[in-house]
Design a protein around this ligand. Structure first.
Ligand code: BYC
Ligand code: FE
Ligand code: FE
Length: 471
């Protein structure tokens, strides 16, 4: 396995220079990418030096290097996790056969679709977050935002490499379109729903990195099982970067909660909003919005696509090796359906319920974050407890799309009661204007906006008050 070659225009560990045609094609795409980054990436900070980590090795330890770089100089590249031995397909109809190193012709379209859908989310998130640098609550947070942004850019590279390397002319066409769709643009939107939602303030940014990047984690885990080996290896490496994104979200929300609790302690009779913090109920409303939007990202509860992806060996379950059986044949899963105004369960063939299997694992993982925020409340002696919205609440995709269910219990509701509940449980116009009113950038090293507590420690063992972005 070749180490990462940083002497090349495009850093890589795939021996790119031995395939001149591919190298030339990617080198032609590279300036378009940089142009997209400058137009749609973080505004106004491209000349500043940021304390960023860069992958230097794909081995288990020591893949990261920290140094000051300006974002357009970040070495976006192509990194695949190496294998110890020749891998076999781990699940589905081809289980036990050698993993594919080339695209299996009969599955070409499904595979391309999975790669395009995955790839499209990466630049989408950069576009969604492009204005946030201006209102960063500290240099520490600004640096974390930019770290997430450059790594999402690299995740796009990961998928574009697969398209160029394995899908010929239509792969190159898809790669070009990655730079043409735009988050939230009604004429050329990004593919998946949540990636067209605006992120104009930092409470939403932290919710997004908590909940939406975690969809990324679970989708990547299931693609990391793929029988198409280049996809498995590249998503494995992406997962090592993803952990930091979720850290940013979970601890960001935790620091917001901590700060609100401090304010509540200092001014027990005041509304924390009046003291420049986010009321706990308001935070819960943002959680309800973002978490429920992300439930949709797993697709429909019952899906023939998901059955095809599993049967073909293209997309497995997260941690496939933890399951006893890997064929998912002659097995059923009880899935909820809505029939005549009632929620009923129905056994469906397990392969058709793979989206639901993944969503359940995702929701359980979210709960750990919620528990950590509730610990803060407990420690502060405040009875408030955060919760995750019910999986039927506010769905636009699947069995419960467009229907009315209670945010906590998931019980069916009438329209009037539902609308009244939304006032209490989803971000209101007043919430949005309060959140925006507190978004004032803090640029002095070691200082934090009044609505968020400082982190417990800095990045890479550095002090919290380090100048993480040199303005
Ligand atoms: N929005 O059969 P179904 C990340 C469509 S995040 C709009 O249930 P399937 C990241 C669906 O395409 C991870 N449309 O769908 C995070 C289908 O369309 P057609 C991203 C939706 O295929 C933060 C139809 O509805 N990666 O990396 O089983 C920052 C029927 O649906 C939505 C992946 O998603 C939606 N939410 O499941 C940066 C992995 N949901 O056939 C990055 C790759 C469904 O009628 N993608 N539809 O035209 C997949 O595995 C699957 O495509 C999905 C959908 C799980 C997304
Ligand atoms: Fe990503
Ligand atoms: Fe991410």
């Amino acid at each position: 396995m070749a180490g990462i070659d940083y002497s090349q225009k495009i850093p890589n560990n795939v021996d790119l220079k031995s395939d001149k045609r591919l190298q030339r094609a990617l080198e032609r795409w590279q300036p378009d990418y940089i142009e997209w980054w400058k137009e749609m990436g973080p505004t106004d900070f491209n000349e500043k030096d940021v304390y960023l980590r860069t992958a230097v090795s794909v081995e288990k330890d020591g893949w990261a290097n920290f140094s000051y770089v300006s974002m357009p100089e970040y070495r976006w590249g192509i990194f695949l996790t190496p294998h110890e031995k020749d891998p076999l397909i781990q699940f589905g109809d081809h289980m036990g056969q050698e993993a594919w190193q080339q695209v299996p012709g009969e599955y070409r379209n499904w595979l391309r679709r999975l790669i395009v859908t995955q790839g499209d989310t990466e630049p989408a998130s950069v576009e969604q977050q492009r204005l946030l640098g201006h209102t960063a609550p500290s240099l520490y947070d600004m640096r974390n935002l930019f770290q997430v942004n450059v790594e999402e850019g690299r995740h796009l590279w990961a998928m574009v490499y697969l398209l160029h390397r394995h899908f010929g002319a239509d792969g190159r066409e898809e790669a070009d379109q990655m730079l043409q769709r735009r988050s939230g643009n009604p004429d050329h939107p990004r593919i998946l729903s949540t990636f067209n939602e605006p992120i104009e303030e930092w409470l939403s940014f932290f919710c997004f990195t908590m909940f939406t990047d975690r969809d990324g984690k679970f989708q990547l885990l299931s693609l990391a099982e793929s029988g198409f080996d280049p996809l498995a290896r590249t998503t494995r490496f992406m997962l090592t970067e993803e952990a930091h994104h979720m850290f940013v979200g979970q601890t960001g929300l935790q620091r917001i909660v901590r700060r609100t609790l401090e304010v509540m302690k200092e001014f027990p009779d005041a509304d924390p909003a009046e003291k420049g913090a986010f009321p706990l109920e308001l935070i819960q409303r943002y959680i309800n919005f973002w978490a429920s939007s992300c439930y949709d990202l797993f697709g429909a509860e019952v899906s023939s696509n998901s059955a095809n992806f599993f049967a073909s060996g293209l997309k497995g379950r997260a941690y496939e090796d933890k399951f006893e059986d890997h064929t998912a044949l002659n097995q059923f899963k009880a899935v909820e359906r809505f029939v005549d105004g009632k929620v009923v369960t129905e056994d469906v063939p397990l392969r058709n319920a793979m989206n639901e299997v993944l969503r359940e694992a995702y929701i359980a993982d979210n709960q750990k974050g919620v528990d950590s925020w509730n610990k803060e409340c407990e420690k502060a002696g405040v009875p408030f407890r955060f919760y995750l919205p019910h999986h039927r609440f506010n769905r636009q995709v699947g069995e419960f799309a467009g229907l009315r269910f209670h945010v906590k219990t998931g019980e069916p509701m009438g329209e009037a009661a539902y609308q009244a509940m939304l006032e209490e449980t989803m971000p209101t116009a007043k919430d949005r204007s309060h959140v925006k009113s507190l978004m004032v950038g803090v640029r002095e090293p070691g200082k934090f906006a009044g609505w968020i507590a400082p982190p417990l420690r800095g990045i890479n063992g550095q002090p919290v008050e380090m100048e993480y972005v040199k303005l």
